[in-house]
Design a protein around this ligand. Sequence first.
Ligand SMILES: C[S@@+](CC[C@H](N)C(=O)[O-])C[C@H]1O[C@@H](n2cnc3c(N)ncnc32)[C@H](O)[C@@H]1O
Length: 484
Amino acid sequence: MEDLQGVLSQRGLTVSTLPDKGRCLFSIRDFSPGEVILNEEPFVSVASRASVDSRCEWCFSTSNLKRCSACQVVLYCGSTCQKSDWKLHRLECGVLSKVDKDRLKSLTPSIRLMVKLYLRRKLQNEKIIPTTATDNYNLVEALVSRILIYVSLWGSLRDISEIDEKQLVLYAQMANLVNLILELPGIGIKEIAENFSKLACNAHTICDSELRPLGTGLYPVISIINHSCLPNAVLVFKGRLAVVRAVQHIPKGTEVSISYIETAGSTMTRQKALKEQYFFSCSCPRCAKLGQCDDIQESAILEGYRCKGAECSGFLIRDSGDKGFICQHCGLVRGKDEIKKIASEAKTIVQRLTSKFDALRLEHAPRSENCHPDALATLASKVEVSRVPTKIEILKRSVPCSVAEIFPEEEIEDWRTSISNELKSASAAITLSNLKHFTIYQGVLYYRGSGGLLARCIGEEEAKVKIQEVHERSCGTGDASLYR
Ligand SMILES: C[S@@+](CC[C@H](N)C(=O)[O-])C[C@H]1O[C@@H](n2cnc3c(N)ncnc32)[C@H](O)[C@@H]1O
């Protein structure tokens, strides 16, 4: 741990412990918006199920792939990646080659990740690959796990109502399989099962720049970073390299936080997700507003359904008492079944629109002014009732510029004005290398960069150059304009 503190302090960071959170990463100097706080190669990584037959095991590239002739499981895009992975894959390959074909098909990425974890530990123990302050199994041992509670109660499972017994049984079965495959002496099922619970709380989904999942990686240093629904940093990936960037000014002495979950969800939805997967109740400033007026307003926009009451412009949001859905303006109550029907109608509409937008996107260059959340909300109001998709869903669609075909010019002009006003008050930053895809605005990840935010981060002239680059890369048109 001291070695780790030494390395971290050179980067302006330190690890502390808080009673309600466990380990936390703190800044010991100021970080600017957009600055890289930390980057880390995974201790182990594995391609996702969808990627395993279509991407390089090392860098996740999709070109020139060749299958390992011995195990017939992993693919590499060339000798560089194959060599980088060779020491570990040599062992994994030997292990996989012994597994019978039917069982091989049932090897999930989590099982393979666990197998690789133990094989890499073996390689480091035998000094075949080096150990460093930021790359060693002690850091994996220090990760939080939930299974200790389970292990101490292992014998009396049936008596424990709070604990998800199904999950525990699943971990035990998976651990058994890993043990059978590995055939390594001295590893117990309980230890492997505990490591599965560590993966659940600590492993990260490796995504490409469009947030498509490529694989899973264990990054033990980045795993020290706690969650906030209003994070001051964001985790992005360059291939398998995980990069944590500041999304706002982080003063010295501040806890660095990222979001573990989709931030464009209501407080209730976020709390539920954090409790289920990470076993804690978030008390960030956004969660602390639960039930307050602006929290209700935000939930309405993120997850509400348009109220169909006469003249009412409110949104129906889920009632905490589970009655159904209540309009936050007029108090109208609608039953769950009715909303279910509305949701399914809305889904059909959104699917139709998505395919229209996708078709248009192919014809027209996407432009960020059309990515405003109001675009789809307005569209939704035209079809009277529709779930308002989350900002991220809207922005994923990056409504194309030919949206003018659907909306009158004055409406589009209104969005332009409201977007520039919004950006003026945004507390935001951008991950420069992924400008095309990532913009963080008040904790929400937006697709496609926005000039105004960038200009505040890196200065107007440099921003123009960057925007021009991005436009050229993404669509070949564009005039490097800033929204201010
Ligand atoms: C990836 S780990 C983060 C580092 C962890 N604090 C540690 O001691 O290793 C995730 C776990 O940290 C804790 N955690 C993360 N963010 C938290 C927060 N905002 N409040 C309370 N606990 C949190 C939860 O126990 C969660 O399962």
